[in-house]
Design a binder for this molecule. Structure first.
Ligand code: HEC
Ligand code: HEC
Ligand code: HEC
Ligand code: HEC
Ligand code: HEC
Ligand code: HEC
Ligand code: HEC
Ligand code: HEC
Ligand code: HEC
Ligand code: HEC
Length: 372
């Protein structure tokens, strides 16, 4: 991209030519607004394309027209497949759409990469109320100012870290088509408040991941760009099979925002755990209060150097809460240790669990002490 294949003069004349072309094709499309797009391009099948027409799109159009930031720049009514549904760039309010061919004239390399991606491929076959000519500006905003003077800061909506475009403008572009659903609570989420943009985790310009349009090959790698410490905990002795590729951070978290801290997909920690460990939900005849309250009283979800993700070794785990109960409270004295004259069974074998085997709760009529 950095090496300009064309001089600005050539690009400008191309731009003028494109403008005419664009208008012509736009009115042609307005005549047949609901004709289904042709399939076949970029290896997409007809059913791929059908799937690519999200039901929420009508709502997205309505939102676009209501929100001044999203209103089409030329204010013409947004008919389906009208290429005018292009996000406004607050840093270049006068800019007009110029069409993808103009962009490609200078950004041939990006075009080759982007042509393999879900978005550009599907825009080119006419999904999401855009046409092939909107394949770049549907995200980058109208490009006339930028094409005239490419080095003018902010002249185009940029998503890379050096770009002048505010994160809010960037996310507004993506939410213009992807509001709602998992992103219902994006506004006010910790990631939004800390200034993240969609493009911190997603890269629609290159095909980096098999699905999800991610910026790294996998979800866990995406999260690890900033949460390396958490991913590292999964290397501990006991962990759920996330490094083995059987789980992802998003099994428990919704990075787009939730009503719960910290970005949990369900209302409580326990509900999250029950989605996979349903047998721990109960109900039990005899409940163990700390289990019902919060699994994290005893477990660390990201990994632990104790057995079974425990936050402390046995018997100390239990002794945090149980010391002065029916067992004599003289447990850790030299005579009771495994090497002493009268080793205490509470310190041997599976410690407290040797006898209290069902710590999560018991359904046995005589299981009130979780022995059975
Ligand atoms: C003009 C509408 C439009 C805009 C703007 C847009 N997208 Fe999309 N996006 C689509 C369409 C159409 C698809 C493919 C259909 C589908 O959801 O399966 C898609 C797919 C996706 C997917 C993959 C969905 C999946 O199920 O795998 C992600 C992730 C995504 N877009 C993120 C973004 C991000 C990030 C931005 C902003 C940089 C953005 N989109 C801007 C229309 C849009
Ligand atoms: C006349 C050639 C030319 C045309 C036409 C052109 N660009 Fe650019 N574009 C450039 C150059 C040169 C840069 C690098 C500017 C810089 O580094 O300051 C650039 C940078 C960009 C960037 C990065 C901006 C940033 O802040 O990170 C984006 C995005 C971009 N162009 C998109 C587009 C789109 C979309 C179009 C079509 C509407 C387009 N360009 C048309 C030459 C062009
Ligand atoms: C779905 C939204 C979307 C579409 C469609 C799209 N882009 Fe992008 N573009 C992005 C995002 C997001 C980034 C930032 C990627 C990153 O983080 O590296 C970007 C980055 C760029 C850059 C800057 C690259 C750099 O390394 O600085 C250029 C130039 C660019 N796009 C041009 C284009 C052109 C040309 C097209 C049409 C062929 C296009 N884009 C289509 C969203 C889009
Ligand atoms: C902190 C990282 C992160 C940020 C920020 C982020 N995403 Fe995502 N997004 C993901 C991950 C990871 C997935 C894959 C989730 C999965 O497969 O369960 C995803 C999935 C998606 C999907 C496809 C699945 C679905 O729910 O329909 C869309 C669309 C999407 N994101 C759009 C966006 C938009 C728009 C933004 C900005 C407002 C955004 N994302 C910001 C990480 C992020
Ligand atoms: C670009 C950096 C970045 C990426 C990528 C990222 N995060 Fe974050 N995340 C943050 C920041 C910043 C915070 C706020 C930390 C704080 O306040 O201490 C945060 C906080 C969180 C929190 C804690 C929320 C709370 O309420 O305390 C969770 C959970 C989280 N992120 C999950 C994820 C997941 C899952 C992914 C991958 C899909 C991800 N993050 C990707 C930057 C990132
Ligand atoms: C099995 C479910 C589960 C998985 C998988 C998971 N988390 Fe968590 N995560 C949680 C729970 C539950 C909490 C709440 C911890 C608390 O309240 O102390 C949490 C808390 C967090 C926090 C808040 C700060 C902290 O240290 O408690 C961050 C950040 C976070 N997770 C990131 C991640 C990332 C990144 C991944 C993937 C590498 C991941 N999580 C995988 C369940 C999970
Ligand atoms: C997406 C599914 C999923 C969710 C959600 C989940 N787990 Fe797991 N968990 C697993 C899998 C898979 C294993 C491994 C089972 C095996 O190896 O037999 C596991 C194992 C465990 C183990 C045993 C680890 C060991 O070393 O033997 C504990 C303890 C555990 N999970 C606690 C939790 C807690 C607490 C939560 C809620 C914060 C939770 N899990 C949420 C899937 C999940
Ligand atoms: C009072 C402490 C405590 C609480 C609270 C607790 N656990 Fe456990 N958990 C343990 C102990 C101790 C073990 C080891 C049991 C063993 O080795 O027989 C264990 C083992 C497990 C295991 C692996 C072995 C098995 O039984 O499947 C899973 C999964 C598990 N816990 C899930 C949960 C979930 C989900 C919650 C919340 C509903 C929870 N735990 C709450 C103490 C607790
Ligand atoms: C976070 C505090 C906490 C931890 C840790 C904890 N417990 Fe409990 N446990 C309680 C509470 C509270 C009760 C309910 C006491 C009551 O009903 O009087 C209870 C009840 C019990 C009972 C039944 C006692 C009765 O009077 O009915 C047994 C047995 C028990 N716990 C064993 C264990 C074992 C074994 C461990 C370690 C694996 C453990 N507990 C860890 C808080 C805890
Ligand atoms: C050798 C078997 C055995 C071991 C090991 C053991 N317990 Fe017990 N525990 C019992 C029996 C039997 C009872 C029931 C006494 C009764 O009901 O009168 C009991 C009762 C309890 C009670 C209920 C006491 C009360 O006041 O009602 C608690 C709490 C308890 N044990 C905690 C623990 C803890 C914590 C450990 C580990 C440090 C432990 N136990 C190790 C056999 C054992």
């Amino acid at each position: 991209m950095r090496a300009l294949p064309l001089s600005f003069a050539v690009a400008l004349s191309l731009l003028l030519a494109m403008g005419g072309l664009l208008l012509a094709s736009r009115s042609a499309q307005a005549q047949q607004p609901s004709s289904p797009p042709a399939s076949g391009s970029a290896g997409l099948t007809q059913s791929d394309i059908a799937r690519m027409l999200p039901a929420t799109d009508m709502g997205a159009d309505a939102a676009r027209n209501a929100d001044p930031h999203l209103r089409p720049v030329n204010d013409s009514p947004a008919t389906p497949f009208d290429a005018a549904s292009i996000p406004a760039n607050p840093l270049a309010p006068e800019a007009q759409a110029v069409g993808a061919k103009t962009c490609i004239a200078c950004h041939a390399l990006e075009n080759v990469q982007a042509s393999h991606t879900l978005h550009v491929a599907s825009f080119r076959v006419g999904t999401a109320r855009t046409g092939p000519q909107a394949a770049c500006e549907a995200c980058h905003g109208p490009g006339s100012e930028h094409a005239k003077n490419p080095t003018a800061r902010g002249s185009i909506i940029g998503f890379t870290h050096g770009a002048d475009t505010a994160p809010e403008t960037q996310t507004t572009v993506c939410l213009g088509c992807h509001a709602g659903g998992a992103r219902q609570h994006w506004l006010g989420s910790v990631h939004q408040e800390r200034g993240l943009s969609c493009s911190d985790c997603h890269n629609p310009m290159a095909r980096m991941s098999p699905e999800g349009v991610l910026a790294k090959p996998s979800i866990n790698e995406v999260c690890a760009t900033c949460h390396q410490d958490i991913l590292a905990k999964f290397n501990r002795r006991s962990h759920m099979p996330l490094p083995e590729g059987q789980m992802a951070c998003t099994d428990c978290h919704n990075p787009h925002g939730t009503l719960t801290r910290p970005l949990l997909k369900t209302d409580t920690v326990n509900e999250t755990c029950y989605t996979c460990h349903a047998e721990k939900r109960g109900p039990f005849l005899f409940e163990h209060a700390p289990v019902r309250e919060n699994c994290l009283n005893c477990h660390d979800p990201h990994g632990s150097n104790q057995q079974t993700l425990l936050v402390a070794p046995l018997p100390m785990l239990c002794q945090q809460c149980h010391t002065m109960t029916r067992h004599p409270n003289d447990l850790q004295v030299p005579t009771n240790l495994g090497t002493g004259p009268t080793p205490d069974e509470r310190l041997m074998g599976r410690s407290c669990l040797t006898c209290h085997a069902n710590v999560h709760g018991s359904n046995n009529p005589s299981g009130s002490r979780f022995h059975k």
